[in-house]
Unconditional design. Structure first.
Length: 226
């Protein structure tokens, strides 16, 4: 896949998949290879869902071959901030409190993304329960700034910012635009593709947030704007 294709917008990617110019499988394989080559240095991903992503891409390619209708995001890869509850995928909100928890359901935003045909490549790092501004407060690892690994990418959506700028996936979810995640004194500015969907309440305690995420009442953003 050529570098210009790598930087296609979501709209352009979906259009090329719908026209047959690109296959969803080819796109997914490209970005999984990028993750394997780059993320060891950056540390953006907590989970990479390779098998699930390839299976979803194959289903989209088969649907197109059968002239079945495709969703508006069919074939567009996306990484989800680990605050978003994702069925069948370990979801921790960056906390050891939720280590190993595999949700039995999708959050609303994840349901809508799947219904639109987006392909989830994995979950990306964040400050624990979204309470931080550098992604140094994740319980699992620190995400590095992709342009200068001596700096931080900002937060709490540092995993989203880190993967965006090095094209480990063209889209990543975040409660605020990842372009705003950079801390001016400690991180180089990072730009991304996420749209504002609201912020989680900073005053909530970590323990109450853990209970909220388990019960589906998280104050983390859980709905796409219409």
């Amino acid at each position: 896949m050529s570098p210009p294709t790598q930087w296609l917008s979501a709209t352009e990617t979906a259009a090329k998949v719908a026209s047959g110019e690109l296959t969803a499988s080819r796109i997914v394989d490209h970005y999984l290879a990028r993750i394997a080559n780059i993320d060891r240095e950056i540390g953006a991903y907590l989970v990479v869902s390779s098998d699930e992503a390839r299976r979803a891409a194959q289903e989209i390619d088969q649907a197109r071959a059968a002239n079945q209708p495709l969703g508006p995001l069919a074939g567009v890869p996306i990484a989800l901030k680990d605050m978003l509850v994702t069925k069948g995928t370990v979801t921790t909100a960056g906390s050891k409190i939720l280590e190993g928890w595999i949700p039995p359901y999708d959050g609303t935003v994840v349901e809508k993304l799947r219904a639109a045909g987006a392909i989830i490549l994995g979950k990306v790092n964040c400050d624990e329960f979204g309470m931080g501004s550098s992604t140094e407060r994740s319980a699992y690892k620190k995400t590095k700034n992709p342009w200068d690994t001596s700096r931080v990418p900002g937060g709490s959506s540092g995993g989203s910012a880190g993967r965006s700028r090095r094209a480990c996936v063209p889209r990543a979810s975040a409660p605020i635009p990842v372009a705003r995640c950079a801390s001016p004194r400690r991180s180089a500015a990072a730009s991304g593709s996420s749209r504002p969907t609201g912020e989680s309440r900073a005053g909530a305690s970590s323990r109450s947030r853990a209970r909220s995420i388990r019960s589906g009442r998280s104050r983390a953003p859980c709905a796409m704007r219409r």
